[in-house]
Design a protein around this ligand. Structure first.
Ligand code: GLC
Length: 735
């Protein structure tokens, strides 16, 4: 341990010396060049500015980084140009490697539903290995935005509504991407995004304003970013939104006071696509020159695609409006990462054709994709039909009808952000292929599309109904299109689109038992289905092996264990709905209480499905909650909570046991529940185990009205269960 600390210190000293010497030789133009990032010719993830000859600018040292340049041939070519510059400073190549790369995995919200941190770390690890083999140094991930609003299309990229879960997942993903440290050939720089509170956009409308107390900002939205920084996050990307009227890109409270000050972040901040220039339409900057000034003063180091730094920083420095010290700090942060990546020693170390070829179709990675896909599926319902639970299906189902617009979908299983390999259909396992392969020895597969995703064409209904009537069981695959969630994909109506629900009703009316698969990047509203279909699996978008993962769960080769990372609303009018809400002065006493309480008179009070909810083919009994003490010391205190968990059903399986607390009285009102721990365990049928959580007084800190992170003595309830509806309760006092 001491040796590694010593080695790290020596490396840092060497890096510092090298970078300082290089900085001292750089002209102002060359320094500003390092702060400039352009999009490549591969594909666009924002509005393109068709201008200038980028290759000449690269050769002249006027570009520090490129994004969306993929493949060792293309990155090598541009790197060769960069090395022709006077000081031979290499480029860094960034890409949105959000959930897998050559092999795609479940969308991040789906992976979070696995509640398996080790799996999520491994997912990011594999993504980094594949991306690095394609010449990529830097991923614009993990997306760390907490969100309580499923109208916002980017919930698909994050870890859902909870700060504790979101923090744990952020750390797992940073560790996965950065592996054993930058400089390792399979490690890429992670990028925490979008800093900050982007998921709290008013109305769930992408890019919209965010307005909240600094207490709420620090309590709910910043902690996952802090956790990522503490885990060694290399870079941060700021968000498009304003926060209380100040755009994140020009917000010194979050960038200088919090990130680079209080949190002592040593990496660099990249703006999101064009967000520096967007401070003009925000009405925060007079013009692009003013935008460049405000962004640099606030702490945005690298300019993605706006060209404001390129066009105005030299003038601003010469006018004395931007201190050279700020420019030097920004450039140094960027050069330090290039040094850590080993690019000054060998600028082409990520340009290895053989390594790239080896990742073209890595069977081990596909096997993992199948596993994490199955573990991300959430079983929402599994009612009995003819005396036994409809799922898992088995060889007794001699004929199975597969119906719906997603059954044969391929690229859609990539989800919104897997833009790297758009024409990848041949490699992706559709639901139809996965199920057909799984049943090849015992069931006849029938198929009908039934309807399209989002139009009023009912011409396929008759064929679908006829097909259903011939089968013993019907599997219907419905949902929203893969590009109906993601960036700039906010939806005011999150019901099943088109005539999908009508088709479902007709098939259910046939009397055949129906299993519903729901494909989506967000919680959808599907009230009728939830109340009338006997079995429902939430299958999200699961990536390259989607069809196999779904088949494994359908036929019980994997017993589903997913738990919802977001509350599912009964209708859009219920949004925002989240489990860790405040009690109010007039809490409803039950789901239907409307008597002068905080409730809608036309809707039940609870979500359709709560945070942390998910069923299994087996059943788990959680009992005998015991606390090591009924008192915890205010400073440095700790208690342990243990429970017995029994697999009381007929299948081996995994359960996510969750620990929640409630601070009953505070100097500010406190949530009715707060997740403070979870453990995913495997139990064979009939097996019992005891699990123990430890809780410290630090775990109970919160932000008071003065935005101080404090403990307050008082009474706490503690809950353990398998969802946020946990009722097994204990009590202790913090004193
Ligand atoms: C996009 C996204 C951001 C992404 C960046 C580069 O606008 O907001 O998440 O990393 O541009 O593609």
């Amino acid at each position: 341990m001491l040796l590694s600390l010593f080695a790290t210190a020596c490396f840092a000293q060497k890096a510092e010396k090298f970078v300082n010497e290089l900085l001292s030789k750089m002209t102002l133009d060359e320094k500003i060049g390092q702060l400039n990032q352009y999009n490549g010719d591969w594909g666009a993830t924002g509005k393109i500015t068709p201008d200038g000859d980028k290759e000449t600018q690269i050769k002249n040292g006027m570009v520090g980084s490129m994004l969306n340049v993929m493949g060792v041939d293309k990155t090598r070519k541009l790197q060769e140009l960069a090395l022709q510059s006077r000081l031979h400073i290499p480029l860094i190549f960034g890409q949105d490697v959000i959930h897998g790369f050559r092999t795609t995995f479940p969308i991040p919200l789906a992976e979070t539903a696995s509640w398996d941190l080790g799996l999520m770390e491994k997912s990011a690890r594999i993504a980094a290995t594949e991306a690095a083999a394609y010449g990529i140094h830097w991923t614009f991930a993990p997306m760390i935005d907490i969100s309580r609003d499923p109208r916002w299309g980017r919930v698909m990229e994050g870890a859902g509504e909870d700060t504790y879960l979101g923090s744990e997942v952020a750390v797992a993903r940073v560790k996965g991407f950065q592996g054993n440290g930058l400089g390792n050939i399979d490690a890429v720089m992670a990028c925490g995004k979008h800093f900050a509170a982007y998921g709290a956009a008013v109305g769930g409308r992408d890019y919209n304003s965010v307005d909240m107390s600094y207490r709420q900002l620090n309590e709910t939205y910043l902690p996952p970013f802090k956790a990522a920084v503490d885990a060694g996050l290399a870079t941060m990307m700021n968000s498009f939104n304003d926060i209380n009227g100040v755009p994140a890109t020009g917000n010194s409270y979050i960038l200088r006071d919090k990130l680079k000050g209080e949190w002592n972040f040593k990496g660099f901040v990249v703006s999101d696509w064009g967000s520096i220039g967007e401070m003009v339409p925000h009405g925060f900057a007079q013009d692009r020159k003013d935008a460049a000034l405000k962004a640099m003063i606030a702490g945005s180091d690298m300019d993605m695609e706006s060209r404001c730094y390129r066009d105005y920083l030299k003038q601003l420095v010469n006018e004395g409006k931007v201190p050279m010290a700020l420019i030097d700090d920004a450039v140094k942060r960027i050069l330090m990462t290039k040094y850590e990546l080993g690019l000054f020693d060998d600028p082409f170390r990520f340009c290895n054709e053989a390594r790239e070829k080896a990742q073209e179709n890595n069977l081990g990675h596909r096997k993992f994709a199948r596993e994490i896909g199955a573990k991300s599926i959430v079983l929402l319902k599994n009612n009995a039909v003819n005396g036994q639970n409809l799922l898992p299906l088995s060889s007794q189902h001699k004929s199975i009808a597969l119906i719906g617009p997603f059954m044969k979908a391929t690229v859609a299983n990539h989800g919104f952000w897997s833009i790297a390999f758009p024409d990848d259909s041949a490699r992706i396992v559709s639901q139809y292929d996965g199920i057909k392969h799984c049943t090849k020895n015992h069931s006849t597969i029938l198929y009908a599309k039934g309807c399209n995703i989002n139009d009023n064409d009912r011409s396929g209904f008759a064929e679908a109904l006829e097909t259903a009537k011939k089968a013993d069981v019907v599997v219907v695959s419905l949902g929203e299109a893969h590009d109906m969630s993601g960036e700039a994909k906010s939806r005011s109506n999150i019901h099943l689109p088109g005539v999908q629900e009508e088709l479902l009703k007709e098939i259910c009316a046939s009397g055949k038992p129906v299993v519903l698969l729901i494909n989506a990047g967000r919680p959808l509203v599907f009230d009728w289905a939830a109340d009338n279909v006997p079995a429902i699996l939430y299958t999200w978008w699961l990536g390259t092996e989607a069809g196999n993962s779904i088949a494994d769960v359908l036929f019980g080769d994997y017993n589903p264990s997913g738990k919802l990372p977001m509350s599912f609303p009964r209708t859009e009018g219920q949004i925002p709905i989240y489990y860790n809400h405040y009690n109010t002065g007039r809490p409803a006493k039950d789901d239907e209480d409307k008597n002068y309480v905080s409730a809608y008179i036309d809707l039940s009070n609870s979500p359709k499905y709560p945070f942390g909810y998910g069923l299994s083919y087996t059943s788990f009994d959680i009992a005998n909650l015991r606390l090591s003490s009924s008192k915890m010391a205010l400073n440095g205190g700790k208690i342990e909570a243990s429970v017995e968990v029994k697999n009381s059903g007929n299948y081996d399986g995994e359960e996510v046991v969750q620990l929640y607390i409630r601070d009953l009285v505070g100097s500010v009102v406190r949530p009715v529940k707060e997740l403070k721990g979870f453990k995913k365990i495997f139990l064979k049928k009939g097996e019992t185990t005891t699990i123990t959580f430890s809780l410290t007084s630090d775990d109970l800190k919160f932000y008071n009205n003065d935005v101080q992170f404090v403990n307050e003595a008082g009474e706490y309830d503690l809950f353990v269960g398998n969802s946020s509806n946990a009722t097994l309760k204990g009590h202790f006092s913090l004193e």
